[in-house]
Design a protein around this ligand. Structure first.
Ligand SMILES: Nc1ncnc2c1ncn2[C@@H]1O[C@H](COP(=O)(O)OP(=O)(O)OP(=O)(O)O)[C@@H](O)[C@H]1O
Ligand SMILES: [Mg+2]
Length: 256
């Protein structure tokens, strides 16, 4: 059964139809790509599924239950994690604080535990710290654990955002252009990190990217979006050889 399903979703911004009749199926653990020119509606699709906007039409189902109309935090709690096209970090918090904060939604010791330091609280907190450590190592930011994110190199900030999203133990992770602004070295590092996270946690991934090599190497299935509509869907090989995709998008995109 699919983990995430979108059925015939459309969205209008005033008179502009930004997304038209969009459907999607992601199986547990699948890496699914979404490509297309600037302004095609890719980020809007993320914002619709994650509850930032409510679709004008259509249904969105996570684990076979509709999530349309839920708040973003409720959708996150059901297992959907995300990062943003423009980094959204708390600039003056440390890396460890970011990852720990995200884990608080997972703690169960409650108010009494918080006030009185019950054994359950101590156990959960130390487990939480260990898990944060594992994530910081996995995303290559453990050496910055006690630094505020403002002072980190850009590539590392993006990895903090991913570690924070993974701290909530999502079933599926949405990544909006994770390599934007990265140099070739950081790009290769990011590809390796996503592969490792995917292997370790078996998390599904929904990926928006302009760097074609990255998309083609990581994804099992790719959709191409142009003017809010899917013009092609298939394996990386099918997409690369599809004349409609080449004409509308790949022809103009740098293949790197
Ligand atoms: N909040 C909004 N209000 C009105 N129009 C919007 C809003 N958000 C996006 N749009 C419009 O919807 C269309 C799709 O934008 P979107 O950001 O989803 O594109 P994208 O595929 O993510 O592009 P990029 O590759 O540049 O990130 C664009 O025409 C954009 O101007
Ligand atoms: Mg976008």
């Amino acid at each position: 059964m699919a983990l995430l399903e979108v059925h015939h979703m459309s969205h209008d911004f005033g008179g502009l139809r930004a997304v038209n009749n969009y459907s999607l199926n992601i199986e547990p653990g699948e890496i699914h790509g979404l490509i297309g020119p600037n302004g095609a509606g890719k980020t809007t699709i993320f914002n619709l599924i994650t509850g930032i906007y409510r679709p004008t039409e259509g249904d969105i189902r996570l684990d076979n239950a509709s999530i349309v109309g839920l708040q973003p935090y409720q959708i996150a709690a059901r297992g959907l994690g995300r990062t943003f096209q423009n980094l959204q970090l708390w600039r003056h918090m440390t890396v460890l604080e970011h990852v720990m904060m995200a884990r608080y939604s997972k703690l169960t010791y409650g108010l009494v535990g918080a006030f009185f330091g019950t054994p359950k609280r101590k156990r959960e907190e130390s487990e939480s710290r260990e898990k944060a450590q594992v994530l910081m190592e996995l995303f290559g930011v453990d050496r910055f654990a006690n630094q505020i994110v403002l002072n980190l190199p850009y590539g590392a900030q993006r990895r903090v955002e991913m570690a924070r999203a993974m701290a909530m133990e999502p079933k599926i992770l949405f990544l909006d252009e994770p390599t934007a602004g990265m140099n070739p070295e950081e790009l290769i590092q990011m590809m390796e990190i996503i592969r490792r996270a995917h292997r370790k946690f078996g998390v599904g991934i929904f990926l928006i990217e302009h760097r074609m090599r990255f998309v083609m190497e990581l994804c099992q299935e790719i959709q191409t979006l142009v003017f809010g509509e899917v013009i092609a869907e298939g394996t990386p090989e099918e997409i690369q050889n599809n004349p409609k995709v080449i004409e509308a998008y790949l022809g103009s995109e740098m293949v790197e």
